[in-house]
Ligand binder design. Sequence first.
Ligand code: BGC
Length: 768
Amino acid sequence: MKRYYKLDEWKIIEEEFVPDRNKMAESIFSIGNGQMGQRANFEESYSGESMQGSYVAGIYYPDKTRVGWWKNGYPEYFAKVLNAANWIGINITIENEELDLAKCEILSFKRVLNMKEGYLERIFTARLNNGNEIKVAAKRFISLVKQEVAAIKYSVTPLNFSGKIIFCPYIDADIENEDSNYDEKFWKEVDKKTYNREAYIIARTRKTKFHVATGMYFNITQEHVSVDFKTKKIEKKKYVANSSTVECQQGQETVLYKYVANLSSENHEKGKLLKNTKKTTRDASKIGFEILLHEHIKAWAEKWKESDIVIEGDLAAQQGIRFNIFQMNQTYTGEDPRLNIGPKGFTGEKYGGSTYWDTEAYCVPFYLSTADSNVARNLLKYRHNHLQKAIKNAEKLGFTNNAALYPMVTMNGEECHNEWEITFEEIHRNGAIAYAIYNYINYTGDNDYLHEYGLEVLLGISRFWAQRVHYSEEKKQYVMLGVTGPNEYENNVNNNWYTNYIARWTMKYTIEAIGFVKDKNKEAFNKIVNKWDFNERKETSDWKDKILKMYLPENKEKGIFLQQDGYLDKEQILVADIDNSMKPLNQKWSWDRILRSPFIKQADVLQGLYFFEDDFTKDTVEKNFDYYEKRTVHESSLSPCIHSIIASDLGKRKMAYDFYLQTARLDLDDYNHEADEGCHITSMAGTWMAIVEGFGGMRVKNNQLHFSPYLPGKWTSFAFKIRFRGHLLAINISKKTIEIKNSFNKAITLVVNNNEVEVAANQTIKTS
Ligand code: BGC
């Protein structure tokens, strides 16, 4: 395995510039704060391979669907989070030569992502073609505290000359998406203003008409004193800049501070955007770079206080998990239920920044344990807000009675995906959305969520399942035909075990939830009944029949559940039988060959056994694990973490650790040669799960936290922090002991290795 970056506990360090790997580094060194994100593009011009990426959360464009064969029911568009105005740009010209690392000699180069403090730094020395040598140090961050503010400190030191340097900070809104379906530009200019040392541009998205104002205010210092410099205003279409010529002395640092604001019409009245953006950049400049950075670092310290994982004895693993936690925390901060988590976060365009089932199945557990419960609650509310659209989506496909089918991929609740075998068939996503409601309530004890939001969503989803199955006269059971399970390597299958199981479970859970809400809040229940025209007696008795008679394919002899009907008819070859040169299958085999093979893309039956482990004996889980693991190619980054957790539970420790390693450094070590497109943000949450739920054995049962930890691989200890119902707990697992610190003014009783232990308020205990 190749390491591209130096190992370090808290930093990602690139020590030389490799142009061929620049796009990958741009993804890895991305920064963000939940409201905006930025790939690690250079501030100065760069004519080499690069993918510009500046994203503003919630701002999308409905890119017209492009498919060969249109099917009724397809969405009209794919909503894409847009590549927005480039706010980092600072062109540097020295004696008529523009600084461009693709065109000059790089003498030294270092890029550092400081994950502890949340900033990106780059230091290099270069010799220009005119012989002038300079040192550049650039530092930037996107504030966690002032979420519309970013700041850059860009310093240039002439090494072998004195002379004029032109600094030209700019904002460029003439930006395209690489993944645009019709090579269209998505932004139109609304307004721009350029003043001495500041400039603003308002651009609007075509069709969706979001307005985004991007502004900058800058100053230049030498030896900490503001330099008196003249600026030349530059305005072009969708572009504003301020060119400033500064006399620079050999050996003396000249520093440009660029304060940036990105405000959108999602949070401000359109008419006030310019005024508010000016105020934001000016206020930021008055506070100054160092103080802004200081408060930002403090905010990161708070994040780490609640979400850090410390691993002793394995530096690569330590760096890997911190990178994952860092990315999760900079992608979603959870204050705004209109926002969600794209599989690539703010690190690339792939998947359009839209929401997938990844959020409910993988990300919710991470935020539940590492942040205030409102963060996960807002992720759930996002789906509640989209309930009417999910109902429309189901109606479009022919469902009635307010049945809801949530989209496979969405930005605003409308379906964006346009491959029939996924759009219409990968309906298991509905189950994950229901499961997340259960998971949230089970973890937080916030039962009110059910009558406030959850039950309505559950009703819609259960109504969908009830209509999606039908009675087979032959089997005398309910069946579900024409679906795609999480395993996308076979489509249009009948009776995918996972989908049938989660459908049945959702109806059961909805009946329980109805009972609970009726009991606790009759008034709220009656409101829901009226609003949704819910015939409780008739509908629940229909569901009960379907629960009782749901067909779940299995092979009793082998003791396994069947991936789907007919799975055993497939040629039973194993992953071990395929030559490594044939992997990944999705790049080496024809789609036809993949579809007919027994190979499974990602956890499917095992995903169900993971969600519903208490429904099955260990023996059943083990038989299924042993069977399906040999047939799973893990060609989705979401897969190994689930196998790792189950392997931990079954005591298959070596396997659990090997699976964990497959995801922990997936992007850092670029296993799949695709980090240039962006990082696998949602699977990073799975890596966290593999440690806390797998190696830590954390579960919540009957309102109590359970742990059954062990030390994997060569780790000598590991420690994680979790929030649970007001408690902040630090769990430290070492060779001989398990230490639990309870930083809360109330005692908590936990179950460790099947024994109850009490940890008094603000106390630490040791157990084994
Ligand atoms: C996986 C899906 C996942 C999507 C986005 C696909 O490769 O098969 O399960 O939702 O990626 O991460």
